[in-house]
Design a protein around this ligand. Structure first.
Ligand SMILES: Nc1ncnc2c1ncn2[C@@H]1O[C@H](COP(=O)(O)OP(=O)(O)OP(=O)(O)O)[C@@H](O)[C@H]1O
Ligand SMILES: [Mg+2]
Length: 360
């Protein structure tokens, strides 16, 4: 047997198995939303599905106070000045920058056309410059989702009470709404503001009326509860406003502090009684087990107490928006935009603002 010489065997050179490619960390999408529908310039950074990273608001209330209401021309000019610093503050507070933003959103309506255009155009310009989607959001849908800032949106009855709206909506899910009722004339917040003005209180009247009402007797003046027994979910607050005026005319002028407190408390009770009764009826008729309250008037503690009691009376839960997200803010716009983004929606850059946009 000869000497066995192993044949050189050329094994295919075995490469070491490739390192598994590092799976990119799946960071949740981050959105920047702007709100400029009326007299607040606001920006928020939001991490989908429901984590608010920052919310900045530049209020123009002091600017408009001498005029007793919002002056549209002044509002739009000041949005222009405030937008950049507010956006920068929101990004800094969230610890991020424009390059990290996956989508840009802005309110498209309802609101003042010249004010809406400011935030809307800024968000579109950022989306275009960064090559990211733009999302147009209905301001009222922002209010509607605001109680669900840090959680998923459940089926519920929404009560939106703001400066321009009083709405009861049956919400099956995000985007699926059935309007149950709304105001036939003044919105609840508008009634607070008009009564505040009548009583010589500073603008906006809502918080001022509530402050005076705290020491007042809500049963002192018998004021009307309009449409309480109308059998539907409609509201009317203009008759109440007139009743306050007639009551005021019979009282001494200048109005003594006790009378002012009692009149504020009596007016507030008339508003909250009707809102609570109709909300309870809406829960009963829709079969929903949750009432979610939003809009600026949601700050009112007497209203929150009345609605909590009304809900427990019909075996429903009560969820109120956080006070900092009740008046206009961009966090609620971002919350609604996050829902749209999750569905793969985006809005055309050539889409217009709509001062009269309806939600349901
Ligand atoms: N504590 C309070 N009690 C009663 N009303 C209040 C209180 N705080 C704020 N409001 C009212 O809330 C309203 C502002 O709310 P919000 O900013 O949601 O309205 P808006 O944006 O002007 O109207 P909309 O959202 O319908 O366009 C004002 O009418 C204000 O008086
Ligand atoms: Mg609003």
């Amino acid at each position: 047997m000869g000497h066995w010489v192993p044949l050189p065997i050329h094994l295919p050179t075995r490469k070491s198995p490739p390192e598994p490619a590092p799976t990119p960390l799946k960071t949740p999408p981050t959105l920047l939303a702007l709100e400029s529908s009326c007299d607040e310039t606001a920006a928020a950074v939001f991490s989908a599905p429901h984590r608010l990273l920052s919310s900045e608001i530049a209020s123009q209330v002091a600017l408009h106070r001498p005029f007793g209401g919002v002056v549209p021309e002044l509002a739009s000019r000041n949005h222009l000045l405030a937008l950049r610093p507010v956006i920068e503050a929101a990004l800094a507070a969230a610890g991020t920058d424009l390059d990290e933003i996956d989508a840009f959103a802005a309110t498209a309506g309802p609101g003042l056309a010249s004010s809406l255009l400011m935030g809307n155009t800024a968000a579109k310009a950022l989306a275009l410059a960064k090559g990211k989607p733009f999302l147009s959001v209905n301001h009222m849908e922002g209010h509607l989702v605001s109680p669900f800032m840090g959680s998923g949106i459940e089926p519920h009855v929404a009560l939106i009470v703001s400066g321009g709206h009083t709405l009861l909506i049956d919400v099956r899910r995000f985007g699926d709404y059935r309007r149950l009722g709304s105001t036939r004339d003044d919105a609840a917040g508008e009634a607070f503001d008009k009564v505040g003005k009548m009583l010589g209180l500073p603008y906006p009247g809502g918080p001022e009326v509530e402050r005076r009402a705290r020491d007042g007797d809500p049963a002192r003046f018998a004021l009307p509860r309009a449409m309480l027994d109308s059998g539907d979910f409609a509201f009317s607050f203009s008759g109440l406003k007139t009743a306050v005026l007639y009551t005021l005319e019979k009282l001494p002028s200048p109005l003594p502090g006790r009378d002012l407190a009692d009149l504020c408390a009596s007016f507030q009770a008339a508003v909250t009684d009707v809102l609570a009764a109709k909300a309870a009826a809406a829960l009963r008729s829709s079969g929903r087990e949750l009432l979610a309250l939003s809009g600026g008037v949601a700050c009112n503690r007497a209203l929150r107490t009345a609605l909590a009691a009304a809900c427990s009376g019909v075996g429903a839960r009560f969820l109120a928006v956080a006070p900092e997200h009740s008046t206009d803010n961009a966090a609620m716009i971002a919350r609604a935009a996050a829902e749209k983004f999750a569905r793969g929606e985006s809005s055309p850059l050539e889409g217009d603002v709509d001062p009269n946009l309806a939600v349901a």
